[in-house]
Design a protein around this ligand. Structure first.
Ligand SMILES: [Zn+2]
Length: 378
């Protein structure tokens, strides 16, 4: 299997699957989705390519196990981030244990592992049913995973008992990850000549009150009890904008911030933070108006430490659980009622120029997944 896994990864890397919404180099996931589909079809496993929109595609396949109603969901995203500044991003290059190439680590290696498991369980009966899923657009808005939840997971005979998302976790079980919420505040003023500020309403000055309040909230978050795997919640202003010219009193200004959320934090809590920032800006000197709103949200994710996950941890080498700071598609499966975790190989350079995955770790993860599935025989 070792050579086959490398071969699958080589092919996956070779196909440009850069997310077209993140980079002009992207062509969408149709070509790579069809390559994955052909792999399953070649093994005699029924497989579908589902078009999410245009050339944004998911691939799914299903192996019926001895216990047909016990379904393990496996998942990988087919898209990668851009290739700016990379030398031969679509050619797998081996240097010792490191396999270089765009997407090797995040997360075509995880996709290759699914393909390897399919090859094995096409010939050897699986004790449980296996749902193989490969999705588009995880690196941007997760339209692939949303489509999978509504168009594929709903067609399964029973709800999967566990979802394993093969993102890179250095062979640890990523039992939780953070969520995020985006907020935007618009301050409305009145334009005037810069020499006659008394005739206008400055929309930029009040920004500083909002920024100060954000800093205060952030400091409070840092003092809260830390999550065992994710640390403290944080926020940061990601964008500020406003004004039209240096010589003009600004009629409008915007403040956008991101709040990274932890499992267990309530909507009311982050709504209160929004209110505090609005109030701080309203109370700033001037006759400006303030409008604030939540513009986007992805939930955090956390699975319970249950026997099933302990079993996977055992076969994966017994490392401590881990929390991933980044958001992942697993949260959407959890929202659909499937306990979900992250598990994948070691490597380096997700979203960076020097991306590589560890060859030995790729093999370890494959073996762990295989043992985990075969463990249901006993
Ligand atoms: Zn990823």
């Amino acid at each position: 299997m070792h050579n086959q896994l490398i071969q699958y990864l080589t092919h996956l890397v070779k196909i440009n699957s850069v997310n077209p919404d993140l980079s002009n180099d992207g062509q969408g996931e149709r070509e790579i989705a069809e390559y994955v589909q052909r792999h399953f079809q070649g093994l005699g496993i029924p497989s579908n390519v589902n078009t999410v929109k245009d050339d944004r595609c998911n691939t799914t396949a299903f192996i019926i196990g001895k216990n047909p109603n016990k379904i393990l969901l496996m998942n990988g995203h087919l898209d990668t981030v851009g290739i700016e500044g990379m030398d031969k991003p679509f050619t797998l290059r081996k240097d010792g244990d490191k396999l270089y190439g765009r997407g090797t680590y995040d997360m075509l290696a995880g996709c290759a592992i699914q393909m390897g498991l399919a090859t094995y369980f096409a010939k050897n009966p699986s004790p449980i049913s296996l749902a193989f899923t490969f999705v588009a657009d995880e690196e941007n808005l997760s339209i692939g995973m949303e489509h999978l939840v509504s168009h594929f997971l709903t067609t399964l005979p029973t709800k999967p008992f566990l979802g394993i998302f093969m993102e890179p976790t250095e062979e640890a079980i990523g039992i939780s990850h953070k969520g995020y919420t985006w907020f935007e505040i618009t301050i409305k003023g009145l334009a005037a000549h810069g020499s006659r500020p008394e005739e206008g309403i400055n929309a930029i000055f009040p920004l500083s009150s909002g920024l100060k309040e954000l800093e205060t909230i952030n400091a409070e978050l840092a003092k809260e009890k830390a999550h065992p795997y994710l640390g403290n919640a944080t926020l940061h202003p990601g964008m500020i904008s406003g004004g039209t010219a240096q010589s003009v009193i600004a009629a409008e200004a915007k403040l956008n911030w991101e709040r990274r959320t932890l499992p267990g934090e309530s909507q009311e809590k982050i709504d209160r933070e929004l209110k505090r920032v609005i109030t701080a800006i309203q109370n700033a000197q001037g006759n400006h108006n303030v409008i604030g709103r939540q513009v986007y949200q992805r939930p955090p994710n956390e699975a319970d430490d249950e026997p099933m996950i302990q079993k996977l941890r055992e076969v994966a080498g017994g490392q401590d659980y881990n929390g991933m700071s980044y958001w992942a598609d697993s949260a959407l499966a959890s929202m659909a009622g499937i306990p979900s975790i992250l598990f994948g190989p070691a490597g380096h350079g997700a979203h960076a120029k020097d991306e590589w995955v560890s060859e030995s770790s790729l093999l370890n993860c494959y073996q762990a997944m295989k043992s985990f599935i075969l463990g249901f025989n006993s």
